[in-house]
Design a protein around this ligand. Structure first.
Ligand code: NIG
Length: 404
């Protein structure tokens, strides 16, 4: 059992808990972490003792980032493709095939080493809960391998066999493979299924077939939608009760209204839009309509090779007209909501579970939540946007264990 930890001297505490709110204006606050969970939150002067005490000297504390969209089971490099894009070439779904070839050729040990390197890189920047996807295997064996390796390293794994029709394959035959033997093989390792519903990848009928088959396996649903143009992704995600639809770069009024009237989280990936020279998503329009918004890194070697949630938050504030509070909440609580973990981890079914108990919730700091804590080397979360590009992570705990 890990020692209990008392964190004192917190100058500003973002809890994301509706009752606790943001603490610190009335004097320093403390947190106690025990048995992997937050055990106590309150004024520093009233804090109970713990095995270890850490004084953060007036710094800001917030929940660890919840990065709800990454693709970390990969090998190879796409620097040349990035360079071509910066010289004016458009992003195309077909670039995925380059990573598929390299990933298939890599050993299990190589893929695991790459996964671990990126998980550690993210943790050192305050990310304490990570989702990652398959999708660079695209054969039954390679997708099952990706799911198995990912399940050993991250909190949440998503099956994305429907990422691209492999070059040379027949699209309808490939969709049948995804819906049948591939789903069967990955199901033991994953909680979620996703589909890239976009021109050049999968159309609405093919996407619906994959998602419907996945739901029959008890998997929660996610959709890559509306990344490269308006299309059916958002409508399909809402219709099927997906937990999130990710990208949302091009939205019609009907898409915004559908999201606002649903439980489907709009997960925005601003680093991807910058790296693919797309417009940034209209977060303001979504928030003002009442939709739930998450921010995620989309870390992958093709369209968004960054693990920095702080960069996403700064971009959301500086260029997408989100307030600091909205952006920080979207990168913590919003990600947790997109993974249906804001109330506590629960078994996956339907929309991925959802109404869990109080234990192990992420993206929040309240008694009973997982002790995932991010201390900034700054007095306030505003510095995340006020000092863009400056590494501000001072300390990180995940499930009560200090990582950084
Ligand atoms: O979310 N859009 C589809 N999938 C990834 C890109 C993967 C790639 O280009 O390798 C994304 O951007």
């Amino acid at each position: 059992m890990s020692p209990s930890t008392l964190i004192t001297g917190i100058g500003e505490l973002t809890t994301n808990d509706d009752e606790l709110g943001q603490l610190g204006a009335g004097g320093p606050v403390a947190l106690v972490l025990a048995d992997g969970l937050v055990a106590w939150v309150g004024p520093a002067g009233a804090a109970p003792a713990a095995d270890v005490a850490v004084d953060v000297a007036g710094r800001a504390v917030l929940p660890g980032w919840v990065d709800s969209h990454t693709h970390l089971v990969f090998a190879g490099d796409r620097t040349a493709e990035f360079g071509a894009r910066m010289a004016g070439e458009p992003y195309r779904a077909g670039g995925i095939a380059v990573t598929v070839e390299a990933t298939r050729a890599a050993s299990d040990d190589e893929l695991t080493a790459t996964l671990r390197r990126h998980v550690a890189e993210a943790a050192a920047q305050g990310t304490t809960c990570l989702e990652t996807k398959t999708g660079y295997g695209l054969t039954v064996a390679d997708e099952a391998r990706a799911a198995r390796l990912a399940a050993a390293e991250v909190d949440e794994v998503t099956f994305l066999g429907a990422h691209l029709v492999p070059p040379g394959a027949d699209a309808d035959e490939y969709v049948e493979l995804v819906c049948g033997p591939m789903l069967e093989a990955v199901a033991p390792y994953v909680r979620w299924a996703d589909v890239f519903c976009e021109t050049g990848a999968f159309d609405a009928d093919q996407s619906r077939a994959v998602l419907t088959a996945a739901a029959k396996h008890g998997l929660g649903l996610r959709v890559h939608g509306n990344q490269l143009g308006t299309g059916p992704g958002v409508a399909l995600a809402v219709e099927l009760g997906a937990a999130s639809v990710d990208h949302c770069t091009y939205l019609s009024d009907a898409d915004v209204a559908a999201l606002a009237g649903s439980d489907t989280v709009a997960t925005l990936l601003p680093a991807c839009d910058l790296s693919t020279r797309q417009p940034l998503p209209d977060a303001r329009r979504l928030l003002d309509a009442g939709a739930t918004v998450a921010l995620a890194s989309n870390c992958n070697p093709g369209s968004s090779y960054t693990s920095s949630m702080a960069f996403c938050v700064a971009t959301a504030v500086l260029q997408m007209r989100m307030s600091v509070a909205e952006a920080v909440r979207a990168a913590t609580w919003g990600g947790a909501r997109a993974l249906r973990r804001e109330l506590g981890a629960s078994a996956g079914s339907g929309d991925g579970g959802g109404a869990g108990g109080g234990d192990g919730a992420v993206g929040v700091l309240r008694p009973g939540a997982r002790a995932d804590v991010h201390v900034l080397d700054a007095p306030s979360v505003t510095h995340l946007a006020y000092r863009p590009g400056v590494p501000l992570t001072h300390a990180v705990w995940r499930a009560g264990l200090r990582l950084h």
